[in-house]
Design a protein around this ligand. Structure first.
Ligand SMILES: [Zn+2]
Length: 328
């Protein structure tokens, strides 16, 4: 394990090789699914390259020097960390070059050009890079084109297609894959997502290599709602409007943003499919139950696909539940 990071050993090796040949780029763009540890990796990379005790090519932080202590305390003077402000739909230009009254006097582009206070370089991590505006990306251009000597800038996004050409052409792209199932199990246990190994294994099976998905799937409210829903559906009387309302309310309470609601519904679908899958295993002898579970899973997977294609959420939900009710 490198610096407490599980998985991604190939990326660690690639960085080590670049450093050994003295070919560290100044700007990297990390892409890959949510929740696989890109931001943690970026932070450990910065910590290692800011550490004043270990040489760069070791790609390690000592954990003892002043730089490492300030890093751990979250106030390293040579590190800037930016992310989308809560409730904002983008990374505003002010984070890069300051507001109108302080243009070029504060912000990432100003800070990264300052002389490092502790070590050999300054570093910046730009999280949520999918949300850079054209204006913000343009404000970064000069910094990316003429980076201060030794400076390290890491942008953390999800996919290449969500980045602006101005960034793509100036950054070295590093692709992160999903985490291995065993890694998700270990991290979920370490971070207390669940205390039970068997539960961690189930979460990892459903999470598709994303720790964020595992965390969301572990939400007890989601589990409770799924159990209620499945029980309703299996019951004698099925109150379609009531179930629809209840589920829509639950999904909508995930947050204001459409993406948060979609994420919750996506997890709900995954848990519903899982529940029928478990049910199937237990009732292989009961033909009708097997048939229902298969049809329900099939219909739910279609709904999940429609969700990913940005179908209207309330129509999608209503049609899905109505179809499930018809199938029972
Ligand atoms: Zn150190």
């Amino acid at each position: 394990m490198w610096q407490g990071i599980r998985g991604h050993d190939d990326i660690v090796e690639a960085f080590r090789r670049s450093l050994q040949c003295g070919r560290l780029a100044s700007t990297y763009l990390f892409v890959g699914p949510e929740g696989v540890g890109k931001r943690s990796f970026a932070r450990q990379l910065a910590a290692a390259l800011l550490c004043t005790e270990t040489p760069d090519e070791q790609l390690a932080s000592c954990g003892q020097c002043e730089s490492c202590r300030l890093f751990a305390a979250g106030n390293h003077p040579d590190l800037d960390e930016l992310a989308r402000p809560a409730g904002k739909r983008s990374l505003p230009i002010e984070l890069f070059v300051g507001d109108r009254d302080h243009r070029n006097q504060v912000g990432l582009c100003h800070n990264i050009a300052l002389r490092p206070l502790l070590g050999r370089r300054r570093a910046a991590i730009i999280d949520d890079a999918d949300w850079l505006t054209v204006e913000s990306a343009n404000s970064l251009l000069k910094t990316l084109e003429e980076p201060p000597p030794g400076a390290l800038i890491v942008l953390v996004g999800t996919s290449r297609s969500r980045q602006l050409p101005t960034i793509l052409s100036r950054a070295q792209i590093v692709r992160f894959g999903p985490l291995a199932r065993e890694d998700v199990v270990e991290i979920a246990l370490e971070q207390g997502t669940t205390a039970d190994r068997e539960a961690a294994v189930r979460l990892a099976e459903l999470a598709g290599g994303s720790l964020q998905a595992a965390r969301e799937l572990a939400d007890p409210e989601l589990g409770t709602m799924r159990d209620r829903f499945v029980a309703h559906l299996a019951g004698e009387r099925f109150d379609l409007p009531r179930v629809c309302n209840e589920l829509a309310e639950f999904v909508n309470s995930a947050g204001k943003e459409a993406e948060a609601k979609r994420a919750r519904l996506r997890r709900f679908f995954a848990l519903a499919v899982d529940s029928w899958r478990v049910d199937l295993r237990g009732r292989l002898a009961d033909g009708a139950a097997v048939e229902f579970a298969l049809a329900a899973m099939d219909r739910t997977l279609t709904a999940a696909e429609q969700l990913d294609r940005n179908a209207n959420q309330s129509t999608l939900l209503e049609c899905w539940i109505a179809d499930l009710a018809r199938l029972r």
